[in-house]
Ligand binder design. Structure first.
Ligand code: SAM
Length: 269
């Protein structure tokens, strides 16, 4: 799909790119092919896409497997997609969907993520799509540093921990603004997440990580005091830290993703 085709499809269907839905449509066939190739889709794969837009990735996916489903918030785009590709689409705000209404165990997840809701979308996918082996996302380049950040760095935070707990996180390549119509204001990047750990990311685990980073400059003991009071006491936290050979004055940014997994087991299971 090139820029001319995107403009033609929009105008012949009386559609407009809506900034409130973060609509920047991919219009570069090389980028589209590269994303499909990184996703490593096989004829037996089942694929879920969030925000298919004008179907830039849809065609490439359907060439490989018919097991494809996508969630699109925009009614005009949903109607266009349905007419062009058939019955693969759910018209909804993804963030409001219950798991059972969209997830059937798909193993590949794709999203050229609307940048304004990147974190909640990624978190929901990691918690709910428990059979997903591979996730390929287009994100704002600036967010990549936060996603791949290592413990002890300024950028390290809840999203870095969650992605790392999911598996291997890789920045694949950068995508300049002129590969989209309309052009976004920033550089974008394609990242991939490949599951390699046998851990289930639960809502409760996410809550623990978010609470841990809620007061970055304070000790974990302090950051978690409100969160823990309803479940476990700070004495139990100190005891858990001792078992993990971690200082009771440690801050969240010093804990490795594995430490969070172990801490979660000790505190909440
Ligand atoms: N995948 C297409 C592409 O690469 O050209 C479109 C990408 S565009 C950046 C983001 C898409 O996500 C748009 O189609 C937009 O309407 C859709 N979208 C935005 N918010 C959404 C939400 N909450 N749930 C589902 N789709 C959403």
């Amino acid at each position: 799909m090139n820029k001319g085709e995107v403009i033609d499809i929009l105008s012949s269907n009386e559609l407009k790119a809506q900034s409130r839905f973060g609509q920047n449509f991919l219009c570069d066939d090389d980028v589209i092919d590269e994303i499909i190739s990184i996703a490593d889709i096989k004829p037996v794969s089942s694929v879920l896409e969030i925000g298919p837009g004008l179907g830039a990735l849809t065609e490439g996916v359907l060439d490989i497997t018919s097991s494809y489903k996508a969630v699109e918030i925009d009614h005009g785009l949903f109607e266009y997609l349905n007419e062009r590709f058939g019955d693969h689409f759910i018209h909804s705000d993804f963030l409001k969907l219950e798991r059972q209404d969209y997830y059937n165990g798909e193993d590949v997840i794709l999203s050229n993520i609307p940048y304004y809701i990147m974190t909640p979308i990624m978190k929901k996918l990691m918690v709910e799509c428990d059979k997903a082996q591979k996730m390929v996302f287009m994100v704002e380049d600036e967010a990549v540093q936060r996603i791949i950040a290592a413990p002890g760095t300024k950028q390290y935070g809840p999203l870095s921990v969650l992605c790392s707990c999911f598996g291997i996180v890789k920045k694949e390549f950068s995508v300049p603004a002129n590969c989209f119509y309309p052009m976004p204001h920033t550089l974008s990047s394609v990242i991939s997440l490949t599951r390699n750990l046998d851990i289930v990311i639960t809502e409760d685990f996410c809550d623990l990580i978010e609470a841990s980073f809620s007061k970055r400059r304070k000790t974990l003991n302090n950051s978690l005091s409100d969160y823990l009071s309803s479940k476990k006491t700070n004495i139990e936290l100190k005891e858990a830290l001792r078992k993990l050979n971690l200082s009771e004055n440690i801050r969240a940014e010093a804990l490795k993703p594995d430490d969070f997994i172990e801490l979660h087991k000790l505190l909440l299971l």
